[in-house]
Design a protein around this ligand. Structure first.
Ligand code: 3PG
Length: 385
């Protein structure tokens, strides 16, 4: 693909699609990780003398309607603070966006525009009409074939990948195509069903697959262990068994249980064999966490998606904390992605100890599954224009 860094942007209208889909609380940005990740791209375009027009979605508003809670206004304000310069929020962008060199504007939420999600051609052409160069930099939205990601890349005079997107693709490729061995993947989270393809793809690639969270319950059941009232997908037990026959997937030897899913639920440590009918498994136990830490010590590559327990409740967070610290201590190339994973990385303060943290949630998983990211495919098809 063409890269932004190789293009002359001086004096040009440069439209950059970022993923600035951040949590907003009481009208302010609650976590700015994605804005910070996009910052170098924006600064490079500003420094190159571009007229910088940014666009992103925020949340999932009813398409075609302005909804104040999904306005990009808090993002514009936060970004202005980080950049140290004005960021103009543009609602009526169809009238054109007037900027001088080095100035920055942010379009209002692209999902307010009818046709955005269905990749409407006319909308894509209207976005393309705003610019001389389109920069796709939103790795976190690269799995969506929408007008602001895929469509505009088709019609813009020039379409290239920005540094954030290019960096994500390089890191993922490095971790997945020729990983330093042994390669260990940790897949946590609540449901096997949402990650079955990921588990299947990884089971062919990795030397060891570690499952955690609700996902581990189905594997415990597949190994003949009692899971009580825990979240467990019975219909996927055969799939779990097939995966275990193919790959080394240890199940936790001890677990932390509760009787109800609540912040005040009492935590009880048990051997995995001792779970009773009204127990719910909410975390792995210290022995299981030690076992994982031991495996990670000798890993060459670690890929992490999903917590191993209900870490938002502190009494069920020890497993995810121990895992985080083991990853932080490891000398392996570590790659982490996904919304909950990022929250855990933040909570346990290991951000600067992970080799690469992806900004993608769904996009990260789809890449790992080996799926084509439509916006990237479009940039590839335009590489020689
Ligand atoms: C994400 O948060 O994963 C991306 O911003 C995509 O958002 P979406 O799932 O609403 O398309």
């Amino acid at each position: 693909v063409k890269l932004m860094k190789d293009l002359d942007l001086k004096g040009k209208r440069v439209l950059i699609r970022e993923d600035l889909n951040v949590p907003v609380k009481d009208g302010a940005v609650a976590s700015d990780a994605r804005i910070r990740a996009a910052l170098p791209t924006i600064q490079q375009a500003v420094a190159a003398g571009a007229k910088v027009i940014l666009m992103s979605h925020l949340g999932r508003p009813t398409e075609g309607e302005f909804e104040a809670q999904y306005s990009m206004a808090p993002v514009a304000e936060h970004l202005a603070g980080l950049l140290g310069q004005k960021v103009t929020l543009v609602e009526d962008w169809k009238l054109g966006v007037e900027l001088n060199e080095g100035e920055v504007a942010l379009l209002e939420n692209v999902r307010f525009n009818p046709g955005e999600k269905k990749d409407d051609e006319n909308l894509a052409k209207a976005y393309a009409g705003l610019c001389e160069v389109f920069v796709m930099d939103a790795f976190g939205t690269a799995h969506r074939a929408q007008a602001s990601t895929h469509g505009v890349a088709k019609y813009a005079p020039v379409a290239c990948a920005g540094p954030l997107l290019a960096g994500e693709l390089t890191a993922l490729e490095q971790a997945l195509s020729e990983p330093a061995r042994p390669m260990v993947a940790i897949v946590g989270g609540s449901k096997v069903s949402t990650k079955l393809t990921v588990l299947e793809t990884l089971s062919d690639k990795v030397d060891q697959l570690i499952v955690g969270g609700g996902i581990a319950n189905t594997f415990l059941a597949a190994a003949g262990k009692p899971v009580g009232k825990s979240l467990c997908e019975e219909d996927l037990i055969p799939n779990a068994q097939a995966l275990m026959a193919k790959t080394n997937i240890p199940v936790p030897t001890d677990v932390v249980t509760g009787k109800e899913f609540s912040e005040s639920a009492a935590a009880e440590l048990k051997a995995a064999d001792e779970v009773v009918a009204d127990d719910m498994i909410f975390d792995i136990g210290p022995q299981a966490a030690d076992d994982i830490a031991e495996i990670l010590k000798t890993a060459g590559t670690i890929l992490w998606n999903g917590p191993v327990g209900v870490f938002e409740f502190d009494q069920f967070g020890a497993g995810t904390k121990a895992l985080s610290l083991a990853i932080a201590e490891s000398s392996a190339f570590s790659l982490a992605g996904g919304g909950d994973t990022l929250a855990a990385i933040d909570k346990y303060g290991i951000a600067d100890k992970v080799s690469y943290i992806s900004t993608g949630g769904g996009a990260f998983l789809e890449y790992v599954e080996g799926k084509v990211l439509p916006a990237v495919a479009m940039l590839e098809s335009r590489a020689n224009d």
